[in-house]
Design a protein. Structure first.
Length: 558
């Protein structure tokens, strides 16, 4: 018998044969709910027979029959009442389990968010996209759903979303583009490394999002909660629907702070910090300044993560500051990385190792942070060896810089747009969706195996812009724009010097500058000047404005 768990109180499945009612009882269920009307098919026993069999095995049975495709609000209310009254856990079924799952999802609409509901259903093998609007409408049948339609809809107002909208409008000013994002502020996240080092102020990395929306684009200040790509629709919080001809998905990724037990409760105090959040980077600077020796830990979770070099950037800058203060010799610095090596592109490891040795950093690979107790200044890691054996390692600390696990946003992972990994499924060259021809994606949310950096989004934006506009006859369609996996990670190895790592798919080095100007395999003062002085204005005044120096796409014939 197939049993699919939706929650702690309800599991579902297809038609239950009378012969397997005993197995349901043995599995620990206390009740059975039947959502199939009597006589619907030749394969089903009458409810009276099901109730008798259930009673023989000590189970309570209830009948809440619903015809296929005809779930009314009264049916949802009857289901909710039954679930409240029944001994739990409950096994519910119809012909395939879809109706039972739909009833459950609609009954949860007032108490849980749409992505969580859709995600639970998807994990059980049920796609509820068709009722996503109704779930967003509190589970009720929509009677007057507000809708609007745009030629191009961009989900996400971060670096990728604003850049691609600006890139398209720079090429064709008569486009009807809407950008969906509820945020008040837009952040220059690459600057947080320098905030954590006391070089930038937090305010230098933040601007009102409304000020950055391109003049010819409409800003929809609401959160997207689901997609219905078969009907070219984005469903917003509250049940509002936005239709599109073309869709660009760029909401970024989710920082899963709760993925480490105890972490949310201790962030920003007890010596626990992270440069991955605007409000915490200044705390990093304060901890580094006040550090007088002791144990400092720096962590990195499993890939993929946003800017894979950021965890060690914080470490190198901290060590440089402690060396200048004369406290590094009295300190133990350890880099605990869930991955197998220092950096994913092998060519850059030797220059980084020179700094690891100079700062006396201890490297611990295969160490994944899973629990932390801030007041006790203790962290626990799961250490996995090459044979897959796992050992729990405990570490005491005076200061710890934590990088949270990272994954696709819930509303993406639960959607039909997602690959099995949860990321939006795209062709890694064209960035077009692998199934839906009118959907593109870029930035941290999509599935291509590139580094998730702002530099990558800068190169991706014109690729999506050219390919999408070619699709609608607004750009030369004889060639495809191609993304080669470019990403950049300016590794701040000390204050005033950077190893400027630039690379593409497969770890291929892709330096932008001649070796005599910036040697990407050596620490460079010019690369530091580039990061501190040039890249921020390029970001604000070029990338987000549709101006694309050094970002012209490569092309191939169609």
């Amino acid at each position: 018998m197939e049993i699919k768990k939706l929650s702690e109180t309800l599991s579902v499945g297809p038609q239950l044969p009378l012969s397997e009612v005993g197995a349901i009882a043995e599995a620990g269920f206390k009740s059975i709910m039947v959502n199939r009307p009597d006589g619907e098919g030749d394969d089903q026993p009458a409810f009276a027979d099901m109730a008798e069999a259930a009673n023989q095995h000590g189970l309570k049975a209830i009948h809440v029959p619903v015809a296929p495709g005809k779930i009314g609000d009264a049916d949802v209310e009857a289901f909710a009442r039954a679930m409240e009254d029944l001994p739990k856990p409950v096994f519910g079924f119809c012909r395939t389990g879809t109706r039972t799952t739909t009833l459950w999802a609609l009954s949860q609409a007032g108490s849980s968010d749409v992505p969580s509901i859709l995600g639970a259903a998807k994990s059980a093998g049920y796609d509820l996209t068709a009722v996503a609007t109704r779930i967003a409408n509190g589970g009720k049948v929509p009677t007057d759903v507000p809708t609007e339609k745009h030629q191009i809809v961009v989900v996400g107002g971060g670096a990728a979303g604003i850049a691609v909208a600006a890139s398209m409008l720079a090429r064709s000013g008569d486009l009807d583009i809407a950008i969906i994002d509820p945020a008040e502020f837009h952040y220059y996240q690459p600057g947080w490394t320098l905030v954590g080092a006391g070089i930038f102020t937090p305010e230098q990395t933040r601007k009102p999002l409304a000020d950055l929306i391109p003049d010819k684009a409409r800003h929809i200040t609401s959160a997207a909660v689901a997609f219905d790509p078969e009907n070219n629709a984005v469903i917003l919080e509250g049940g509002r629907v936005v239709h599109y001809d073309r869709l660009v998905v760029a909401p970024g990724l989710k920082l899963d702070w709760a993925g480490v037990e105890g972490l949310p409760e201790t962030l920003g105090k007890n010596g626990v910090t992270s440069n991955y959040r605007y409000d915490l980077a200044p705390y990093t600077a304060r901890l580094v300044k006040e550090f007088a020796g002791g144990t400092a830990l720096f962590t990195q979770p499993p890939m993929p993560i946003k800017c894979a070099g950021a965890p060690q950037k914080a470490m190198y800058l901290s060590c440089d500051a402690w060396r200048d203060k004369g406290v590094l010799a009295n300190s133990k610095v350890e880099f605990l990385n869930a991955g197998p090596g220092l950096f994913g592109v092998a060519d850059y490891v030797p220059p980084l190792m020179e700094y690891v040795k100079a700062y006396g950093i201890e490297l611990s690979f295969g160490h994944n942070l899973f629990k932390i107790d801030g007041p006790a200044r203790t962290a626990w890691f799961k250490k996995t060896d090459k044979d897959g054996n796992v050992e729990v390692i405990e570490r005491k600390f005076d200061m710890i810089h934590v990088v949270p696990p990272q994954r696709a946003p819930d509303f993406i992972a639960a959607s039909p747009l997602a690959a099995e990994t949860g990321w939006v499924s795209v062709d890694q060259s064209t960035l077009k969706h692998t199934k839906y021809e009118n959907v593109y994606s870029l930035g941290d949310v999509m599935s291509a195996p590139n580094a998730k950096t702002a530099a990558a989004a800068r190169k991706q934006a014109p690729v999506v812009a050219e390919n999408l506009l070619a699709d609608i006859g607004k750009h030369d369609g004889s060639e495809r724009a191609i993304y080669d996996g470019y990403g950049s990670c300016p590794l701040t190895v000390e204050k005033g010097k950077i190893v400027l790592a630039e690379f593409g798919y497969g770890g291929k080095r892709m330096p932008s500058f001649p070796k005599w100007l910036i040697d990407d395999l050596k620490p460079s003062r010019l690369a530091w000047f580039l990061k501190e002085k040039l890249l921020p204005p390029i970001y604000w005044n070029a990338m987000l404005k549709g101006r694309e120096p050094l970002a012209k796409p490569k092309h191939e014939k169609r």
